[in-house]
Design a protein around this ligand. Sequence first.
Ligand SMILES: C[S@@+](CC[C@H](N)C(=O)[O-])C[C@H]1O[C@@H](n2cnc3c(N)ncnc32)[C@H](O)[C@@H]1O
Length: 274
Amino acid sequence: MSKTSIPLPVPENVGKLYDQILKDEHEYDQFEKFNHQLHIGYWDDPSDQSVPMGEAVVRLTDLMIERLKVGAGDHVLDLGCGIGGPASQIVMNTGANVTGVSISEEQIKLAARLAANKGVAERAKFQRADAMQLPFEDESFDAVMALESILHMPSREQVLSEARRVLKPGGRLVLTDFFTRAPHNHDAELHPAIEGFCRVAMITMADVDDYAAMLHRVGLRVRELRDITEQTMDRTWRATLEIVALNDRPVPYDLNDLLGVEEFGCLLVAAERP
Ligand SMILES: C[S@@+](CC[C@H](N)C(=O)[O-])C[C@H]1O[C@@H](n2cnc3c(N)ncnc32)[C@H](O)[C@@H]1O
């Protein structure tokens, strides 16, 4: 782990942070433009300027869904479901049923409303729960997805262990996570721009060198560990900055500080319960 003084996220506070953001109608409108996806975008060709953020966020969810390997009748747990864009996408792409959980009460309401609007309310259900202690039986899901959510949780290992517990044998876990990557030196302080962002966003960065070992420790078999930084981060910061500029509203953190900071990495992980 890098030397860092970033406090561990407190689930209740993360929930309040999202509640507060989403109660602001203007902020909600922004996420509507991004197809109700609350995460980074994925550009197959990061230099292709013709692909807007709204398409790139859906593309990342599609990449996750492909790896879940589910079909009609299967049951997927969406861990940290946001406002429900990804859950509705799973139902529509695969015919699977989805249970979405989030620590934010506001998100649960919005996700249920979205599923109803899209006509998938029978197959996509949402409830408030803390991923650190899931209110589900052992072996109750065919797959678990955690799209950009584990980074908000105080113990990755605990969440992975919970995901393994609720997965059926042979079931898949697919997630994205942020990590500090080379040229970051593990004995050095975290880059100040990353540290500032982590504090405001209530996240921590993963230790990539320990990721495979951590998955093994909780009893999961690694299927894929892929650095997707080049396809995601820089374009996401730039797309977000464009929106911020249009809004002309005060922001808690200046994303310009993160442009060109190569130590801010994003990881795509797929694992399986043996
Ligand atoms: C960046 S958003 C991603 C949302 C969604 N996966 C998406 O891609 O649109 C992070 C999500 O993690 C959820 N989250 C953070 N900590 C949590 C916890 N301890 N338990 C459950 N959900 C949590 C947040 O409420 C939010 O829904």
